[in-house]
Design a protein around this ligand. Structure first.
Ligand code: FES
Ligand SMILES: [Fe+2]
Length: 449
């Protein structure tokens, strides 16, 4: 692996600016920074691969990506979930090109080698006639993804075999996942295929938008106010808490101005409420009775939103998980999953899915609003004025919201550092500091020595 470095001076400058609540804009799409991010973040941290309900029966498979690493994830004959590099061990071509399906073996389209669900090489065209004794089949199975672990049905992979466990990595986020994913007896299920499209955006901006930026909602999504779906109050998305967690994770628990939701448990059917109460702790149930929207992220590139959509009397809740797969410093492939409680009535699931399609994914109005802004961020981040690393305040983004006056609310019932408003840049700042720690670990090059 190439050992990339970053100049000591630049690191000092970045640290200095970030301590002042400022982020130099050139870092967004700088190609050298991008290479460091791949090496220091994406090849070390846990990335979301999919949900267990996408692999219902033995032999089911899906294909995914961990940035540039193709992944073939299968349920083997024993019902275990396995993930391999989706590349043939012979000459390396992509083995499986389908998005999903069911198979007993995978046959390579190039020379026809076949692998079973445990990744073993089980078939060679013309077999032993052409390979001598030095060819030991057992040595040529599929290469496993070094780590695959799951939490509450959410499957993650990691390319670093030395990484901490997924549970340790999720840390405080587990408590919130327990609430969102564990409120129903049978958990959540993915409906349909994950939607997928390419957007002009940098992964840091998209991750920050979901994890830490309810402030954009009243302007970027102004049309929802004009249509009468969102309140006129410019502070409407600020009520609630922003929670800053370990490792750049975090979320916003958005409530109404009064701190109460019009409908408990995010407008899920009332028949399900006793089940929620049974599955949640008192503190979790308290939050679930107040929240209207959960929106947040697991660093580096998994985001989620659990909103309420619809008109009065017909409100629906669902959970949308999305991966921002970097395709370069100014491009992401978005993978977008719709999830809902397995125990919800079928008619509710259908209506919630319709609500999702109208808001998020390629057909969603909110998605289109956001995508437009992200594209403009990457475009202007290439401006020569922004790239000039010597220009001080002319080339920085502002992360000063609540910098000195918003203090944590010690009475918030959940873990993490909770700020009593979501219009605060606390989590964004934490994410960028964490980003700098990661990309500068063992890469700082001393200059002038
Ligand atoms: S590359 Fe797969 S069989 Fe040759
Ligand atoms: Fe948005």
């Amino acid at each position: 692996m190439i050992n990339r470095t970053i100049d000591e001076k630049l690191v000092e400058q970045l640290k200095e600016k970030m301590a002042e609540g400022l982020l130099p804009q050139w870092v967004i799409t700088d190609p050298d920074i991008y290479e460091l991010e791949l090496e220091k973040i994406f090849s070390k941290k846990w990335q979301f691969l999919g949900h267990e309900t996408e692999l219902k029966e033995n032999g089911d498979f899906v294909t995914r990506w961990m940035v540039n690493d193709p992944v073939l994830m299968v349920k083997n004959k024993k019902g275990e979930i396995k993930a391999y590099l989706n590349s043939c061990s012979h000459r390396g071509t992509q083995l499986c090109t389908a998005d999903r399906g069911k198979k007993k073996t995978f046959t390579c389209p190039y020379h026809g080698w076949s692998y079973n669900l445990d990744g073993d090489l089980v078939g060679i065209v013309a077999g032993n006639k052409i390979y001598g004794e030095e060819m030991v089949k057992d040595d040529w199975g599929l290469r496993p993804i070094p780590r695959v672990e799951s939490y509450r049905g959410m499957i993650f992979g990691c390319l670093d075999s030395e990484a901490e466990t997924l549970e340790d990595y999720l840390g405080d986020m587990k408590w919130y996942f327990d609430m969102m994913l564990g409120r129903s007896d049978n958990g959540m299920e993915v409906i349909g295929l994950p939607q997928r499209w390419v957007a002009k955006a940098n992964w840091k901006s998209t991750q920050e938008n979901f994890s830490a930026d309810p402030y954009h909602v009243q302007t970027t999504h102004r049309s929802t106010v004009e249509m009468g779906i969102s309140p006129e109050d410019p502070l409407y998305a600020s009520y609630g808490h922003q929670i800053v967690m370990n490792d750049g994770h975090g979320l916003n628990v958005i409530t109404s101005k009064t701190g109460r939701s019009k409908s408990a448990f995010q407008s899920m059917p009332q028949s399900m409420w006793p089940m929620f109460q049974r599955n949640l702790s008192e503190k979790q149930a308290d939050i679930m009775e107040r929240v209207t929207v959960f929106v947040g992220g697991v660093y580096p590139n998994l985001s989620f939103v659990s909103p309420i959509h619809g008109t009065e009397g017909e409100m629906h809740n669902y959970l949308n998980f999305r991966v921002w797969r970097p395709l370069g410093p100014d491009k992401v492939e978005v993978w977008c999953w719709f999830m809902i409680d397995k125990d919800a009535p079928e008619s509710y699931k259908k209506d919630a899915y319709r609500g999702y399609l109208g808001s998020f994914g390629p057909t969603g109005t909110l998605e289109q609003d956001d995508t437009e802004t992200w594209a403009r961020i990457v475009e202007v981040s290439k401006a020569s004025m922004m790239k000039n690393k010597e220009l001080n305040y002319n080339n920085v983004s502002n992360y000063l919201m609540g910098f000195s006056h918003v203090k944590p609310d010690k009475d918030f019932p959940g873990p993490g550092i909770a700020y009593p408003t979501t219009y605060v840049d606390a989590l964004s700042r934490r994410m960028h500091e964490h980003w700098l720690d990661l990309i500068t670990k063992d890469t700082v090059k001393e200059v002038n020595k």
